[in-house]
Design a binder for this molecule. Structure first.
Ligand code: FAD
Ligand code: NAP
Length: 387
């Protein structure tokens, strides 16, 4: 498998990211779709940064300045106070520290402890701030940001530096790369669902996905580096190995990259893509590209599952089961089965469907099907990149 060759030492990392800029972006979901998913093309010119399909891109986002200002206001501070940058050894304004360095959407236990102390225990957090109530605390914090705790506990007052030291550091976010360098030299593409929701009367946004969707201009620095995909790789293009890709939602990202790579390398083995989204009309991401690939032989089969276009849910695993005989035949021919996307429900249900297909079409017991799947994994023919 030629693509399994390890990379040279990466040029960029979390301490030394490449500062990229946005080249182009467009919505993949139509207006009125139940969620917003967007395609981003990021310029890597001059970086020397390399990746292969299956890798992901780490993005170092900044916080929403409006949330930062609201948080500073809730603290009763101005934002001009000088503090240590949470990630670098430099003095900066509190406002800059909160935009660039601290997480305002996750709450550190240190902050909870400080609020309990400063309120003399007169806070709804007090009974939750013990190890036995860990799960209850987690439930309480779900959908709450740092600002909610400040507004709920106005008697807890903080100095600027003290406050910053009670916050978690702002973390990177990973995105599966959705392009091939062979098709787009010096560019990296991403396919990102914008996280937005309303809890406790406040409109909320995911840090990185709204940084990309709402706060990028062509001049905005986007610090990035490549995170190597652990074994999520295509077979050698000269091999006849069939490949089956299952990528509902943003899980499609690495498979768009794989298909671009297959076309650029004239890959020999046959390919089958399962894609699912809520609706064909509003969320058929990369439709024209996939249909063109069917026409030119880059893709041999395409199965789509639109979950909300009819009364009952139709998911990718239903499409796998519908084509179970052929699916099993591809496995018997040595196919590699790749799954990407939601880990919490989809990956589990797709796994269940895989077992069902092997039992039904292979005439196997549940135990034999489990052994078959274990052997697929062992042979690196069942590869998952789920989050
Ligand atoms: C290897 C890998 C590859 C990935 N590839 C992709 C990809 O290609 N495309 C993609 O879009 N994502 C991808 N992700 C997910 C991505 O990394 C981020 O987790 C995602 O974009 C959310 O980040 P965010 O900063 O926008 O949101 P965050 O600021 O991290 O917020 C997300 C958090 O918000 C909270 N939340 C969300 N909805 C609600 C709600 N309704 N009620 C209460 N709380 C809520 C939850 O606590 C959730 O954990 C990938 C992840 C991994 C690990
Ligand atoms: N924490 C969670 O419960 C949860 C769930 C899903 C996604 N997410 C996260 O939300 C982000 C964006 O998700 P996304 O845009 O990639 O799309 P997604 O929410 O995964 O949805 C893509 C498609 O998958 C369908 N789907 C839902 N449950 C499924 C299942 N059990 N099996 C197969 N398909 C299923 C959806 O249908 P319907 O929506 O119509 O059911 C939709 O048609 C990701 O970061 C993902 O991890 C979290």
């Amino acid at each position: 498998m030629s693509n399994d060759i390890p990379h040279a030492k990466p040029l960029y990392n979390v301490k030394n990211p490449f500062i990229a800029k946005l080249k182009r972006a467009h919505d993949l979901s139509a207006p009125g779709a139940p969620k917003h998913t967007r395609h981003y093309e990021i310029d890597l010119a001059g970086s020397g940064l390399e990746y292969v399909p299956g890798d992901s891109l780490a993005v170092l986002p900044t916080n929403d300045p409006a949330l930062v200002d609201d948080t500073i206001h809730a603290l009763g501070l101005t934002g001009h106070e000088i503090v240590n940058h949470p990630k670098r050894e430099i003095p900066v304004s509190l406002r800059r520290a909160l935009i660039e360095g601290s997480s305002l959407t996750e709450v550190d236990n240190k902050l909870i402890k400080a609020i309990v102390e400063k309120t003399g225990g007169e806070t709804s957090l007090a009974p939750l701030a013990v190890p036995e109530q860990k799960e209850e605390l987690k439930k309480y914090l779900y959908g709450r940001f740092v600002i909610d705790l400040l507004l709920e506990n106005p008697s807890a007052k903080f100095e600027a530096q003290e406050f910053v030291s009670l916050l978690k550091k702002l973390n990177i976010r990973l995105y599966s790369i959705s392009s091939s360098l062979k098709a787009h030299p010096e560019e990296v593409h991403l396919t990102v669902a914008t996280v937005k929701y309303n809890t406790f009367g406040r409109e909320r946004g995911g840090v990185a996905s709204t940084f990309l969707a709402d706060r990028l201009t062509p001049e905005t620095p986007i610090p990035v580096f490549v995170n190597l995909g652990k074994g999520f790789r295509l077979p050698d293009p000269a091999e006849e190995t069939p490949v089956i890709f299952c990528g509902p939602g943003t899980g499609i990202a690495p498979f768009r990259a794989f298909l671009e790579e297959r076309k650029a390398t004239n890959a020999k083995g046959k390919a089958w893509l399962f894609f699912g989204e809520v609706s064909e009309k509003s969320c058929y991401f990369y439709k024209d590209e996939f249909e063109a690939y069917l026409g030119d032989g880059t893709l041999d089969k395409l199965a789509t599952a639109w979950s909300r276009d009819q009364a009952e849910k139709i998911y990718v695993q239903h499409k796998m089961l519908e084509h179970s005989a052929e699916f099993f035949a591809w496995l018997e021919q040595g196919a590699i089965f790749y799954v990407c996307g939601d880990a919490s429900r989809m990956a589990h249900d797709v796994d269940k469907a895989l077992h069902t297909i092997i039992e039904k079409e292979g005439g196997k017991t549940a135990e034999e099907a489990s052994a078959y799947v274990a052997a697929l994994k062992e042979a690196k023919r069942y590869r998952r990149d789920v989050y």
